[in-house]
Ligand binder design. Structure first.
Ligand SMILES: [Zn+2]
Length: 62
């Protein structure tokens, strides 16, 4: 899972399944200062997000 910023400067996680997920839409990730620090992001890189797109059988985002 990788973190990047989209064109609106929002954090987006690229999941192993190939979907992108906006961090701000995932409650445990909302309003967390860690996402703004390199140390905080690195500490969370192994965190698995529930992928709603997979639940919906959505096509990959990349
Ligand atoms: Zn997915």
């Amino acid at each position: 899972m990788l973190l990047r910023k989209d064109e609106e400067n929002h954090w987006v996680a690229r999941l192993a399944c190939g979907h992108f997920q906006h961090v701000r839409h995932n409650p445990p990730w909302t309003n967390r200062p860690w996402v703004e620090s390199i140390e905080g992001r690195n500490s969370m890189l192994g965190f698995l997000l529930t992928c709603k797109k997979c639940d919906e059988n959505a096509p990959r985002d990349y």
